[in-house]
Design a protein. Structure first.
Ligand code: GDP
Ligand code: MG
Length: 762
């Protein structure tokens, strides 16, 4: 039988880092709390009978948040044979608060005094031997990040588990001890000796979960309640504060002679934070950093790679090569078209962005690993709080900048059900990895439409608009019946900055790129096939000469289903041609390019990269010469015709897919609005199904879908109509609607909160 060992500790103390180091796996290490929401198990490297569990980070074992419930249930269960309590040594006072509770559970405990590297830098000292003596459990100095002390800690845990060594009992003041003793007596006899003290404290604290599990009889319940009331009266405080104070007092006693502070007040980290998390400078610095990241990735370094990938790698080598190969093999022209223009054209359009994405992912991973991202949460917390929103809602947003799915799941850390729902609905407005190729494509198009812009502002603008939209929507929703409520308190500690680890950065980058490439091989591949079919087949009018002699010379016009010569006759053109009308008020429902835009928006629900692949396929389909030649079936003609026309098409400027796509957007404003709508509408199917899971309610789910798309539609309409008004002076019915919507927004934002009084009382 294998032995299970739990890793427990505060958020950001290095549990996941320790877990990865122990198991040799690569779970996501996040530099902010709430990344681990569910527990994860893994076998210890080299010791296959040992299993470690990474638990969500918590500050206490009270049952208020989901993480607390998950961690507590597991720790209190019979499963783990020992607990490794990971402690951030740079913040030991606070971390010991949880330690005192873990020790009460009566399980063998060993303490990992983690981040001693950072402790050394701060100049503080902790006497591990003395601490171990006081706590009655092994204390081992570790640097999880470098694997230091990791072997020792697991050996100690294994030993403690087999010997079943109990940690010392941390005593409180005598009157509280007496009350605990009295409650211990009332507990049912089947409760094990080792957990009685913990249970008794929880009963004293009126812990509803424990009380309902225990099923005490009425008499015992009254006795326990009397003990609690007596304490509350004599201390003139509520029971939870009493116990909290007791814990902090015992922590002070433990740390006496153990912790020696250097007296240095400001570390380098603190000095940087003074600027980076500054009230006024914090947000401008964030936007500047984001702009720099996008400028490097999308406009300079990454662009070179992408230009090469688009023009040379995909345009000439792969697409051209495949065409020649298939033709030489005598393949059917329809098949050639399907492979070259459908699959390779579509996938090439999106895979061409891999170099840009790689640069972007590297830079974002560095920012994350250094510890900058968690500062953003801290800065935004202040902004959110000003509007009665919890900063906790910002963590899912940060996570969503990688992928919306874990972002939506991270909303579980929000206790307030209304806030949680609101966060699930809005968190995918932050550009995720899949939206990056769309952003990069539109940025390139905008750069060609406005010659005086390099498009590097488009990316940061999308983050800005995403955050702003979440903020505005939340303010409006918070004043309604279904979403009002006080903001949950949010405690967050800023970990020390540290030099990013090459391994972590490369792993994160690779993880993201790999999931993208996997998607290209599966869902995007399918989407390309479907799009190629829908854009190549349709009903065209064929003139048939009748063979019947008696009705000689008669010709019949017939609608025939099959390959169409003109993409405008395809099924997709027909469907998109109807849908495009819905997008006319948003600017991208034009006669030219409108159906392609509409089709791309729809395919974006399969995966957001699907927008780019679909545009790639449709750009290939619009190449009428190829179609005509393919239809004629003369292979040699296709070869000569195609090769001559490959570099320069009719228009003379469409050298690759992106250039062809640019022709569908008459102005930069239209391109921007297309991007804006795709940023704010419902996310991809995978994220939508995660939303459904997390909302756990059909009514709310449909409300969320409706809300997201309506919000996207209205915001885009406002931007397009007002943008058009300012750039061309055009005023029409759309402008009137835009103004009405703006007024409605303003009303929603500034009206008095009818629930303000009610929420204050709670
Ligand atoms: P968790 O929330 O407890 O799972 O913490 P993580 O494992 O995600 O780590 C939080 C942050 O602390 C990450 O940026 C780690 O790289 C960093 N970290 C973990 N262990 C150490 C350590 O021993 N020393 C230093 N300096 N940083 C560490
Ligand atoms: Mg973790």
């Amino acid at each position: 039988m294998s032995t299970k060992i739990a890793l427990a500790g505060n958020p950001n103390c290095g549990k996941t880092t320790m877990f990865n180091s122990l198991t040799g796996t690569v779970q996501y290490v996040g530099n902010w709390p709430g990344v681990t929401v569910e527990k994860k198990e893994g076998k210890v490297k080299g010791k296959s009978d040992l299993i470690v569990t990474d638990l969500p980070g918590i500050y206490s074992l009270s049952p208020y948040t989901n993480e607390e419930v998950v961690s507590r249930d597991y720790l209190a269960s019979g499963e783990p044979a020992a607990v490794i309590d990971i402690v951030d040594s740079t913040n030991i006072e606070r971390n010991l608060y949880l330690t005192t509770q873990i020790m009460e559970l009566g399980k063998p405990v060993v303490m990992a005094l983690n981040m001693v590297d950072a402790l050394k830098k701060s100049g503080d000292k902790i006497d591990a031997a003395k601490l171990s003596e006081k706590l009655g459990c092994p204390v081992i100095e570790t640097v999880a990040l470098h694997g230091k002390g990791v072997k020792e800690i697991i050996a100690a845990a294994q030993k403690a588990a087999s010997e079943k060594t109990k940690p010392a009992v941390i005593r409180f003041s005598s009157d509280v001890e007496k009350a605990i003793g009295a409650v211990e007596e009332i507990l049912p006899s089947e409760i094990e000796e080792s957990t009685r003290r913990w249970m008794a404290i929880k009963v004293l604290e009126r812990d509803s979960v424990i009380l309902s599990k225990l099923k005490l009889d009425e008499e015992s319940k009254i006795k326990a309640e009397n003990e609690t009331c007596a304490l509350e009266k004599s201390h003139d405080d509520d029971i939870e504060s009493i116990i909290t104070n007791e814990r902090y007092e015992s922590i002070n006693a433990i740390l006496k002679g153990v912790l020696v502070k250097s007296g240095k007040t400001m570390t380098a980290s603190d000095k940087i934070d003074r600027i980076v998390t500054n009230r006024i400078l914090g947000i401008p610095i964030f936007l500047a950093v984001m702009w720099f990241v996008y400028w490097v990735a999308v406009s300079t370094v990454g662009t070179m790679g992408t230009d090469w990938a688009n023009d040379v790698l995909f345009g000439e080598w792969i697409q051209g090569g495949a065409q020649t190969l298939l033709e030489n093999a005598g393949a059917n022209p329809v098949l050639i078209d399907c492979v070259v223009n459908g699959i390779l054209g579509g996938l090439g359009a999106v895979l061409g962005f891999v170099p840009q994405m790689a640069v972007l992912f590297i830079l974002l991973s560095i920012l994350e690993d250094v510890g900058y991202m968690v500062r953003i949460a801290f800065v935004m917390d202040r902004v959110f709080r000003k509007f009665g929103l919890s900063g906790k809602s910002f963590i899912p947003l940060l996570i969503s900048s990688g992928c919306g799915i874990p972002g939506i799941m991270a909303s579980r850390t929000i206790e307030n059900e209304n806030d949680r729902r609101m966060t699930i609905m809005t968190t995918t407005w932050i550009p995720c990895g899949a939206k990056l190729p769309v952003i990069a494509m539109i940025a390139a198009i905008i750069a060609t439409k406005f010659t005086n812009s390099d498009g590097s502002w488009v990316g940061p603008a999308m983050y800005g608009i995403g955050i702003l939209s979440v903020l505005l929507a939340s303010i409006i929703l918070k004043k309604t019946k279904y979403f009002h409520g006080p903001a949950a308190p949010f405690i967050m500690e800023l970990p020390q900055y540290h030099i990013p680890q090459l391994k972590t950065v490369l792993l994160h980058t690779w993880e993201r790129l790999w999931s993208f490439i996997k998607k290209a091989g599966t869902i995007l591949f399918l989407a390309c096939l479907v799009m190629w079919f829908l854009s190549s087949y349709g009903w065209s009018v064929k003139t048939e000469e009748s063979e019947n002699e008696t009705v000689a010379q008669q010709t019949a016009e017939k609608q025939v289903f099959g390959l169409v010569e003109d993409a405008n006759e395809s099924i997709m053109a027909k469907v998109g041609g109807v849908l495009r009308y819905a997008f006319i008020p948003l600017g991208f429902g034009n006669e030219e390019g409108g159906w392609q835009c509409a089709a791309s928006v729809i395919s974006g629900f399969s995966a957001k990269e699907g927008i780019v692949t679909t545009m790639g396929v449709l750009a290939g389909a619009s190449d009428e010469d190829t179609k005509a030649l393919a239809g004629a079936g003369d292979v040699s003609d296709v070869i000569s015709g195609e090769e001559a026309g490959a570099e320069e098409s009719e228009d003379g400027n469409a050298k690759n897919a992106v250039d062809a796509i640019a022709l569908w957007f008459p102005t930069g404003l239209v391109a921007f609005c297309f991007l804006l709508f795709n940023l704010l509408d419902s996310p991809c199917l995978a994220a939508i199904s995660t939303m459904a899971n997390e909302l756990r309610n059909r009514k709310w789910f449909w409300f969320a879908i409706l809300f997201q798309n309506a919000f996207a539609y209205i915001v885009t309409l406002i931007v397009y109509q007002l943008g058009n008004l300012f750039t061309t002076g055009h005023f029409g019915i759309g402008t009137v609607f835009a103004i009405i919507f703006v007024l409605m927004f303003l009303y929603g934002l500034f009206r008095k909160n009818p629930y303000a009084e009610m929420d204050k009382k709670n």
